[in-house]
Design a protein around this ligand. Structure first.
Ligand code: FPP
Length: 239
């Protein structure tokens, strides 16, 4: 029986964030180049986006390229950028068919021209879709976004008050609710500069499974664990 049947449909998270880690090690363990792992990883992106749309997750935010990833060898950076373009071009039809909106967070203007243009095209074509939003974090980091927000706040002469809600409205993620659940694959136990502000009260789920092996049933397992967590937001839950 699929773990899907065990899910409480009333407790599906609105927003799931994922750190898709372990592509390189997965490929290496098979004696293949790292890029092979990224290619297999794209298949999981596709599957999990469809699963999220199917079960009613409204926002899926994926850490696809961090501001720190530029330090990887040029051939790997190029391969990731090429993969991004080919994936968007290939998957646009499926996004349209599934009524999924594509959005991005991060400084995408600094990506190679082809990747940037492909993203603009994808975002523009899917902008009216409203079943689910797939957010790709590209040339993104949490600290980058926070510093950017502070700069914009400083420039805003009409701003007379500042609180957490107002601050949030200056972030790249302003139009999304905070994720209820963060999933990180491949056994690393850290946030790696991802959604630092937004994950304040999120449930964190870490698994040893590497991203290319993280399939539908693995996701349901994470969701089941999330549904069994006691979320108190700093308060107490009295039965
Ligand atoms: C981490 O694995 C993965 C990345 C830095 C990139 C993730 C990218 C994809 C899954 C493909 C592109 C995505 C889209 C949306 C088209 P790693 O390389 O850090 O693996 P390692 O920790 O084993 O070295």
């Amino acid at each position: 029986m699929s773990l899907f049947n065990k899910l409480d449909q009333a407790k599906i998270p609105n927003h799931v964030a994922m750190i898709m880690d372990g592509n390189g090690r997965w490929a290496k363990s098979k004696g293949m180049p790292r890029v092979y792992g990224h290619r297999e990883g794209v298949k999981r992106v596709r599957e999990l986006t469809e699963v999220c749309a199917k079960i009613g997750v409204k926002y899926l935010t994926l850490y696809a390229f961090s501001t720190e990833n530029w330090s990887r060898p040029a051939y790997e950076v190029n391969a990731l950028m090429t993969l991004l373009v080919s994936t968007i071009d290939k998957e646009l039809k499926t996004l349209m068919k599934n009524n999924v909106k594509l959005e991005t967070i991060g400084d995408i203007e600094k990506l190679p021209k082809k990747s940037y243009e492909s993203l603009l095209k994808g975002k523009s074509l899917t902008k009216d879709n409203d079943r689910m939003t797939l957010v790709l974090a590209l040339n993104y980091s949490g600290r980058w976004d926070i510093v950017n927000a502070v700069k914009r706040i400083k420039e805003d002469e009409n701003l007379t008050e500042i609180n957490a809600d107002i601050f949030s409205s200056y972030l790249n993620t302003a139009s999304y609710p905070d994720p209820e659940l963060l999933i990180r694959t491949s056994g690393e136990l850290r946030l790696s500069n991802y959604l630092l502000w937004e994950l304040a009260y999120s449930e964190l789920y870490f698994t040893e499974t590497k991203w290319p092996d993280f399939k539908e049933e693995n996701f349901y397992k994470a969701l089941l664990e999330y549904q069994n967590r006691d979320r108190r937001f700093g308060g107490i839950n009295e039965e």
